[in-house]
Ligand binder design. Structure first.
Ligand SMILES: *Cc1c(COP(=O)(O)O)cnc(C)c1O
Length: 237
């Protein structure tokens, strides 16, 4: 087994264990493999091990990788690319044209551009609204108080499907202290659903907090380091 295949196996075991520990149904948490800074060969190893959904942060790097891996399939289906990085309004067009999902929609203007630029004939772009759940001044995402209004406005756009919420909580090593922002996300998510929005995705949990995220209700975890190893940011530093 390649190193990436065995790491992927270990991550899937962690997800299965955390899902069972939370008394949630098996298979209710999806794995997004975050391949940023890693080349097509690393992604091919993950594909060979059965992984189909990949997350990317940098537009140009992602476009190159998507082109290099065009034609790759898992179980006869094409790869599914998720944009998860900060998105400037002048970079929305290639994202609207080449991705299946965007997790990092952090203002209405970005959502409006993505909807307008989604090519006719492609399925709606699947999006999550990013929430600044730790209230950090430097983090992107809408503040919790702005979530209901922004979510409603995004849900009304024609070429997007609002699937749920995404967060990157402030890094925290202590598993108990990891829980508070993750729980706050779950409460926001539940409130939107109770209010009638048809959402099914809570995108939270990374290599260091996936157990806490699953305990608090994550439906999609975004895992990079635990699958591909430590990143060398090079030109992205
Ligand atoms: C890089 C990144 C991840 C993956 O983080 P790891 O700690 O390497 O698992 C997840 N989500 C986002 C938004 C990221 O930028």
């Amino acid at each position: 087994m390649s190193t990436i295949a065995s790491h992927l196996d270990a991550v899937l075991s962690r997800i299965a264990q955390a899902t069972a520990d939370a008394a949630r149904p098996a298979g209710s948490v999806q794995l997004l493999a975050v391949s940023k800074t890693f080349g097509p060969d690393a992604v091919r190893e993950a594909i060979a091990a059965g992984q189909r959904a990949f997350g990317e942060n940098y537009v140009q790097e992602a476009l190159d990788k998507i082109a290099a891996l065009a034609g790759e399939t898992v179980d006869g289906k094409p790869l599914e690319w998720h944009f998860i990085g900060p998105l400037q309004s002048n970079k929305t067009r290639p994202v609207a044209e080449h991705f299946a999902w965007v997790h990092s929609v952090d203002r209405l203007k970005i959502a409006e551009r993505l909807s307008a630029q989604r090519p006719a004939g492609m399925p709606p772009l699947q999006v999550c609204l990013q929430v600044n759940i730790s209230g950090e001044a430097t983090k992107s995402g809408v503040l919790p108080a702005e979530v209901p209004g922004t979510a409603r406005a995004i849900a009304a756009l024609p070429n997007l499907t609002l699937r749920g919420l995404m967060a990157i909580p402030e890094p925290e090593d202590d598993p108990v202290r990891q829980r508070a922002p993750l729980r706050a996300m779950r409460e926001l998510f539940d409130a939107l659903r109770a209010d009638g929005l048809a959402l099914d995705t809570l995108s939270m949990g990374m290599s260091g907090d996936l157990e806490a995220a699953i305990a608090e209700g994550a439906t999609m975890v975004r895992i990079g380091t635990a699958i591909f190893g430590a990143r060398d940011y090079g030109s992205h530093a």
